[in-house]
Design a protein around this ligand. Structure first.
Ligand code: NAP
Length: 306
């Protein structure tokens, strides 16, 4: 299988690295010092499950890709549409494009640009980052990809993709309802990230402070209401489950969007709380807590992007 990974960061670098290690023909799209380091020394993955180095093809030119069978998108969610516009000219009618971003609408963004037969839906679970140019560090959590056809059908190609991921040796799940699974992950990350960015506090402090705990629940409750208005069946049990996850995670955990905002970098704010606010408006669902978080963080987000 001819695989292209666009964005060789924490996510793309780890999962693409595992596919390359398993012997698949993998081409990474990277840029800057990261591109040069991978070209010169290979992609080094430091992982709690075992370190390895691979020497894949690497380029910065998406337009040079030839007949990809699978394209994995490892860029941030705000980069999905711009990448898809370039990708459109190089995919064939058989290419599968798999978005792994956090957020609820990444496959929908692809569908605004690409033919529907090319678009899969997915998410990933991992905690990893680019440590240095050419070096990915996976430092906690067992990595997993959850994926499916956009319409949840169990096509031959999606079953074949499962066997590819099995061969690469990472946990993977062919979902029965990929949109529900995406929203369950989004319910967790979309709830805690913005509040973390606003409070600048670690998970342990947030969950132990009664006023912040209430804000966490209110934020999640609004997300459940928006999901249900969209026909995605999130339940009160799902909400209880993400509170349980927040309670169990290491005391000093922070979310990546929180860290991006705290470090003055562009973040996925628009795709998280911003998305809930705009969808709430469209669907007639009140989202006052998400709106408060979003608008309070927006000035810093705009500054980071200026
Ligand atoms: N890392 C995690 O632990 C984790 C876990 C679950 C989900 N996620 C989600 O997965 C997505 C990716 O996160 P991440 O942590 O992997 O981000 P990341 O480490 O910042 O990686 C994104 C990579 O994409 C590159 N990129 C963007 N546009 C490009 C282009 N046009 N050409 C070449 N390279 C390009 C970036 O390069 P530059 O640095 O040059 O911009 C960067 O190396 C996000 O939606 C995130 O929320 C992350």
């Amino acid at each position: 299988m001819n695989i292209v990974v666009i964005g060789a960061g924490g996510v793309g670098g780890y999962f693409g690295g595992k596919l390359a290690q398993a012997g698949f023909d993998v081409t990474f799209i990277a840029r800057g010092k990261h591109l040069e380091a991978i070209k010169n020394k290979g992609l080094q993955v430091k992982s709690i499950l075992g370190d390895f180095t691979v020497h894949p093809n690497v380029t910065d030119a998406i337009q040079d890709i030839k007949n990809p069978d699978l394209v994995i998108l490892g860029v941030k969610s705000w980069q999905v549409t711009e990448v898809a516009k370039v990708l459109k000219s190089v995919i064939t009618k058989n290419t599968m494009v798999l978005p792994l971003q956090n957020g609820a609408d990444n496959a929908d963004k692809l569908l605004t640009v690409l033919p529907k037969e090319n678009v899969l839906a997915g998410l990933c679970k991992i905690v990893s980052k680019v440590e240095l140019p050419g070096v990915i560090n996976h430092f906690t959590f067992e990595p997993e990809i959850v994926f499916g056809e956009y319409d949840n059908s169990k096509s031959d190609r999606i079953k074949q993709l499962k066997s590819v991921f099995d061969k690469a040796g990472f946990k993977n799940t062919l979902s029965d309802d990929i949109h529900l699974d995406i929203w369950k992950k989004f319910l967790f990350i979309g709830t805690i990230s913005g509040i973390g960015a606003l409070t600048r506090a670690v998970f342990g402090v947030m969950r132990e402070t009664p006023g912040i705990r209430k804000i966490i629940k209110d934020t999640a409750q609004e997300m459940v209401a928006v999901a249900n208005a969209k026909g995605v069946g999130l339940t009160q049990q799902d909400l209880a489950m993400i509170i349980n996850v927040i309670d169990k995670l290491d005391y000093n955990t922070t979310a990546s969007m929180q860290r991006d905002i705290m470090e003055g970098k562009p973040s996925e704010l628009e795709n998280f709380n911003g998305y809930i606010v705009s969808q709430g408006k469209l669907l007639g669902v009140d989202t006052p807590t998400n709106a408060f978080i979003y608008h309070c963080l927006l000035p810093q987000e705009m500054k980071a992007r200026s």
